[in-house]
Design a protein around this ligand. Structure first.
Ligand SMILES: [Zn+2]
Length: 370
């Protein structure tokens, strides 16, 4: 088995569990947050810095790398790990989400999707077989099946079609998968409809994937709706396989996802808001770019032990951001990744100690106060 999963401790009062994801490139403790390296780089950070922050598993992006620099070039470079200088495990998404959200769509047919590149408008075709072939060329440790993510809101009929197509495509991905050193995870769709989620789970469990992504959430629906979908979807998934909630990364959603039995998360949010001058603190988000912090000589988060908080003030980092100095966004990125990765470590420790619910409530009480 390329990827296997062991549960170390289950929480008595919630669905939370602490586990270990075993990969050929090392073990990953769960629940885990995967920093996103869209273009084969976690923006502004070197792989060594990402590793020193405690990240073990990162995500990279099939759609982006297929368009630029191209999967063949990365294969020629010796695969994605060697190309980007990251020796730990990598998960690649299938490109489905970007094809449906970023590219201008030409045509969806049962065989695949015609789309235009968001970079130069050139026309491309992605099918389940193509998505698998590109991910095999990249050589990621975990590949994702090509899925159709329906937008929110959309009609029931549209959600049903996307769900059924995702199931047909999942089978084709599994049949196309060749690499024995790469695990392929299926993706559950179904929008916000319970019967469609149930159908999607049933179809995908029949294909016996080593792990399952929960897709089609965090696409604009209210958080309560997302939690409700998780409440009825996660219990249908096999307990001994990892569950990955795709595209979720705000601290409150991570806690609520873990409480509902999710093991893996990824999101561009921590790094994206960092580049816009927003940082996480234990008391909620802080827009350090704002004038209010011009003479604030405290760290970004006084309780944070990251390099940025140990050495620099809000006033200095704000100055760097205002002056468009690249160190500014490096420091905010470093802090935000540290914050999220430390949160995941604390969540895991609390699960192991039997105090997850108290930890979650205490964290959210402060987080939501402002
Ligand atoms: Zn910090």
């Amino acid at each position: 088995m390329t990827v296997s999963f062991s549960i170390i401790q289950e929480d008595n009062r919630t669905m939370a569990r602490a586990g270990v994801l075993h990969t050929l490139r090392g073990d990953v403790e769960t629940p885990v947050f995967m920093p996103v390296g869209t273009q084969a780089t976690v923006k502004t950070m070197t792989p060594r810095e990402v590793e020193e922050l405690g990240a073990r598993l990162i995500l990279s992006n099939t759609y982006h790398l297929y368009l630029r620099p191209g999967a063949d070039l990365i294969r020629e470079a010796g695969g994605l790990h060697r190309f980007m200088g990251w020796n730990g495990p990598i998960l690649t998404d299938s490109g489905g989400f970007q094809v449906f959200s970023l590219a201008s769509l030409c045509r969806i047919e049962d065989n695949g999707v015609w789309f235009r590149s968001h970079i130069d408008g050139s026309e491309h075709f992605f099918s389940p077989e193509k998505a698998v072939a590109v991910q095999e060329a990249l050589g990621s440790d975990i590949a994702m099946a090509f899925d159709q993510c329906a937008p929110y809101p959309c009609s029931y009929e549209e959600a049903r079609e996307a769900t059924e197509r995702t199931s047909r495509w999942a089978l084709r991905c599994r049949e196309a998968s060749r690499r024995e050193d790469q695990a392929l995870f299926g993706i559950i769709q179904g929008g916000v409809h319970r019967d469609l989620r149930e159908k999607s789970v049933k179809d995908l469990l029949a294909l016996d994937f080593p792990g399952y992504g929960i897709g089609g959430l965090s696409v604009g629906e209210p958080k309560e709706v997302m939690y409700e979908v998780l409440d009825y979807t996660v219990p249908l998934l096999p307990p001994h396989k990892p569950r990955y909630l795709m595209g979720v990364g705000s601290p409150d959603c991570l806690l609520e996802g873990v409480a509902r039995g999710v093991d893996m998360f990824d999101c561009v949010l921590p790094t994206r808001i960092a580049r816009n001058g927003t940082v996480f603190t234990r008391d909620g988000k802080l827009v350090v770019r704002n004038a209010a912090y011009a003479r604030d000589f405290r760290p970004l988060d006084p309780e944070c032990g990251c390099y940025a908080c140990r050495h620099f003030t809000r006033a200095y980092i704000r100055h760097l951001l205002k002056a468009n100095e690249v160190l500014g966004i490096r420091l905010t990125t470093l802090h935000n990744l540290h914050f999220i990765l430390e949160l995941m470590r604390n969540i895991r420790r609390a699960i192991l100690e039997g105090s997850f619910l108290e930890f979650k409530e205490a964290f959210l009480a402060r987080w939501n106060k402002n």
